[in-house]
Ligand binder design. Sequence first.
Ligand code: GTP
Ligand code: MG
Length: 319
Amino acid sequence: MASNWETLIDEMKEGSIRALTRLITRVENREPGWMEAMKRIFPDTGKAQVIGITGSPGTGKSTLTNRITRVLVDKGFKVGIIAVDPSSPFSGGAILGDRVRMMDVCDLEGVFVRSMATRGALGGLNQSARDVVKLLDAFGKDYILIETVGVGQDEVEVVRTADLVLVVCIPGQGDAVQAIKAGIMEIADIFVVNKADLEGADQVVMDIKTMLDLDMDTSAAKPPIIQTIAIKGDGIQELLEQALVLLKTLEKRALWQEVRVREELIGLVEKEIVGLIKKNWKKDGGLDKAVQQIIAREIDPYTVVQEIITPLVSFLPGE
Ligand SMILES: Nc1nc2c(ncn2[C@@H]2O[C@H](COP(=O)(O)OP(=O)(O)OP(=O)(O)O)[C@@H](O)[C@H]2O)c(=O)[nH]1
Ligand SMILES: [Mg+2]
């Protein structure tokens, strides 16, 4: 491992925010040695609790995140925030920094905010978020909040793996119904009906209750529904109390741990093996040759794939 990785990790462990920021960027960019670096960091992870905050655009997720952060900081906790920016379909990149600036808690002692683009992450959004969570965890954050817009599979995947998921709805947008459509209904541990100062908040609560009652699984505990007015801070204490209680009691946490580790492992292996094959295959012109041979019908793609896979199988770990 390049020695500057080591220096960065040491500095990060001593509390350097600059080192943390650089580590995140370098791991996100998959700079050589990133895996060695993550290996060194892994023993210091597993302590932070991760809360996902999702919902339709403009429901007040950032305002809630700010409020929750303030309460946690007041309680003496250190908080990391990951704000996932939807990438513009035109530029392919994100409006990076915008979200970070929106977070008025950036300057609070013990708070670290990181923006992340939905696209462009070399390791994939999901893995990138997992890497950042680990880095923040190792840095000593007690709570990590991940804000994502609840549209699009990638964003939903990211919050899904949080220890606790808040799904934010607001009155007057049929958001409760939208939530089901986006498939985020199932992942909610708590429903937050924000903008309760607006007309129709009670109706949204009723809608959510109705939907939950339709759920066939009557044995499962229903997620609480909490009304908030994030701009004023109303309901935030109650929300957080419920969240902390659930975090302590959720069986999901243990179950998820297994699912998460499994998914992460398979995801990493997939990415690495494919990357390795591509790199080596291209290097000696083997890929070009195979393409030409297939076009000339001298060989079929299936044989080519089997030729690659077969020798691999004997090296795969067994039980
Ligand atoms: N009336 C009212 N407005 C609110 C409340 N909470 C947030 N807002 C406003 O709603 C708008 C959107 O708030 P954000 O916190 O940026 O919402 P968001 O869900 O993070 O938005 P995106 O990240 O763009 O999806 C802002 O103008 C907030 O001031 C609330 O409780 N009541
Ligand atoms: Mg936001």
